[in-house]
Design a binder for this molecule. Structure first.
Ligand code: E4P
Length: 215
């Protein structure tokens, strides 16, 4: 399973990249609004740090506007891919981007039918938002499992990015479901590595090694 980093914060992205396990990055208007500086400069910098796909989202509500905006975003760097919302005009835009040879990420996906429709429209990726579904009292990971099954049934090439990840459980459940990608906030990435038994084990090994040195 690929790991994308779900942030527009350059310090977090630089730090995460040093681990050597990050395959891409996802941003959205909210994440970019938290950072200082122009969004184009931030995206350009992210693209220089991360070799894989970097999602940048369009905000137009009409397909033609989405296409125009997406083409502008693509000028920032070769690894920009365009996030398009799962709305009626977004479905039209996905086909337009495909015909232009531009990769897309169908975002704000909350149902298996949306997942099916965006695959038929030619989306490169789909992003089911598991955390936001959990927030309203439904199991978000069920949606991921359904979309993975549907894509498997019909051999759709659209890749599933588990999005709105809130905790480590979402990550290993993504891997168990067969999802292609999990896009992970920096805090959760750190939580994946940390384990209290590893820390306790390290503490006692280091203390015992001190004793070995004194012999
Ligand atoms: C990623 O592509 C999404 O925009 C992001 O995961 C949304 O996360 P949130 O639901 O925590 O805002």
């Amino acid at each position: 399973m690929k790991f994308f980093i779900d942030t527009a914060n350059l310090s977090e992205i630089r730090e995460a990249a040093t681990l050597g396990i990050i395959d891409g990055c996802t941003t959205n208007p909210t994440l970019l609004s938290k950072e200082k500086g122009s969004y184009k400069e931030i995206l350009a910098e992210i693209c220089s740090i991360i070799e894989g796909p970097v999602s940048a989202e369009v905000v137009s509500l009409e397909a033609e506007g989405m296409l125009k905006e997406g083409k502008e975003l693509c000028k920032i760097a070769d690894n920009i891919i365009i996030k398009v919302p799962c709305i009626r005009e977004g479905i039209k835009a996905l086909g337009m981007f495909k015909r232009e040879g531009i990769q897309t990420n169908a975002t704000l996906c909350f149902s298996a039918n949306q997942g099916l429709v965006v695959a038929k429209a030619g989306a490169t990726y789909v992003s089911p938002f598991v955390g936001r579904i959990d927030d309203v009292g439904n199991p978000g990971m069920d949606l991921v499992r359904e979309i993975v099954q549907i894509y498997h049934n019909y051999a759709y090439p659209t890749q599933v990015i588990v999005s709105s990840v809130r905790h480590p459980q979402h990550v290993y459940e993504s891997a168990l479901s067969g999802a292609d990608v999990a896009t992970i906030p920096f805090k959760v990435l750190e939580q994946l590595i940390k384990h209290p038994l590893t820390d306790a084990g390290m503490k006692s090994f280091l203390a015992d090694w001190e004793k070995v040195q004194k012999k």
